[in-house]
Ligand binder design. Structure first.
Ligand code: GDP
Length: 359
């Protein structure tokens, strides 16, 4: 995916002070040759992929000037966003995520749908680019005019990647992408982050092994709206059916979901493109059902509230750790707490008072 013409990565480090606190950096000039917000927004609303890609680069940039512009673009795009169906796809490396997305994406673009694929890959920082980038991924989809594929920005924390993906989603929606697929590499905490930003969560499994053996963490099966046993082809068909049965029985034992939806267990072959249509049908059924019982909007509201609180906590914590005055005060107070001169509660109160006084 790194080889996509529209892929562009931020090389900046993560963990810097949130921009609204970063007064010193905010004074830095924005590089010339940057388009106006209106030009970006017009290009995005017209579905221009180059402009969309450039605007996402601004979202990914740590430069305060870029960030400011990115925020104004997002704000202007917001009224045009939110109309998509957001699907999260997870599964351990090798299960066939990229092959499956290629198959599903091609199925959708053939029906004149516009598909955006975003990746959450917090491991990419360790590898100077996505670990997924080594392979040639989604060959046909990546060159299709109705598809837009964007890899995870490199060199960022999961929190940073998740925020940027959420913002990127808004721009993609404003550019007319109706189906947004968010892929996670299926390691670390990324499934939870993706689950809290999508409408539908799809877990890919291999035929045969139980979930512990497949490296699926506890809770992932429970948060899935659909389980698809991939690679149900050749001599794996029988074992795929057996796995399907086993997972159906296991899911039966789980408490009913809030939405009233019963997660189906299906089989597919991304390679032979079988089972894809049935999986899409299931996604559409879910969409219809949750639109009718209002769960769809309820979930989106819950997610918005979750991200608001998450962002506040994250930015405050970063500020405490990076602003020189606050960092200094925190270190002193922590030392006092560790030597029992102050209680943790007293220390926390003092830090908050200092924060309020400073701003
Ligand atoms: P990812 O790491 O989860 O993205 O997995 P990939 O899509 O890169 O697939 C890993 C390997 O499994 C590749 O060699 C694929 O060709 C193969 N693969 C993917 N889907 C299928 C499938 O449905 N059937 C078979 N037989 N092989 C598959």
């Amino acid at each position: 995916m790194t080889k996509k013409p529209n892929s562009d990565r931020s090389k900046s480090k993560s963990g810097t002070t949130p921009d609204f606190f970063n007064k010193k950096a905010a004074g830095r000039p924005v590089p010339k040759r940057q388009k106006s917000t209106e030009t970006y927004v017009r290009g995005i609303l017209n579905g221009d992929r180059v402009t969309l890609g450039q605007a996402i680069t601004l979202i990914e940039s740590q430069h305060p000037g870029h960030q400011e512009k990115a925020q104004s673009i997002i704000e202007a795009c917001l009224p045009h966003a939110g109309k998509s169906f957001r699907i999260g796809i997870t599964g351990t490396p090798g299960v066939g995520k990229s092959s499956f997305i290629e198959a599903l994406g091609m199925y959708l673009v053939k029906q004149e749908k516009k598909v955006a694929v975003l990746t959450i890959d917090p491991t990419s920082q360790k590898n100077h680019g996505s670990i997924l980038g080594d392979k040639t991924r989604m060959q046909d989809l990546s060159v299709h005019p109705n598809a837009f594929i964007r890899p995870s920005p490199a060199g960022d924390s999961l929190g940073g990647v998740a925020r940027k993906t959420r913002e990127t989603m808004i721009l993609c929606e404003a550019a007319g992408y109706e189906e947004i697929i968010v892929e996670t590499v299926g390691v670390g905490q990324s499934e939870t982050a993706v689950h809290s930003m999508v409408d539908f969560f799809l877990l890919l499994l291999l035929p045969g092994a139980g979930d512990e053996l497949q490296g699926i963490k506890r809770g992932i099966v429970e948060m899935s709206d659909l389980i698809a046993i991939n690679k149900a082809d050749g001599d794996r068909i029988t074992i795929a059916r057996q796995s399907q049965k086993a997972y159906k029985n296991a899911l039966h034992l789980l408490p009913a979901t809030d939405s009233g939806w019963i997660p189906p267990v299906l089989t597919c072959s991304a390679l032979e493109t079988t089972g894809i249509q049935e999986i899409w049908q299931s996604c559409s059924d879910y969409r219809k059902m949750t639109a009718k019982n209002d769960f769809f909007q309820q979930k989106r509201r819950k997610q918005a509230s979750y991200w608001l609180h998450e962002r506040i906590q994250n930015d405050l914590r970063l500020h405490l750790l990076t602003d020189p005055t606050m960092k200094d005060a925190l270190e002193k107070i922590e030392a006092a707490v560790l030597s029992y001169q102050k209680t943790p509660f007293q220390g926390a109160r003092e830090i908050i008072q200092l924060l309020i006084k400073k701003h």
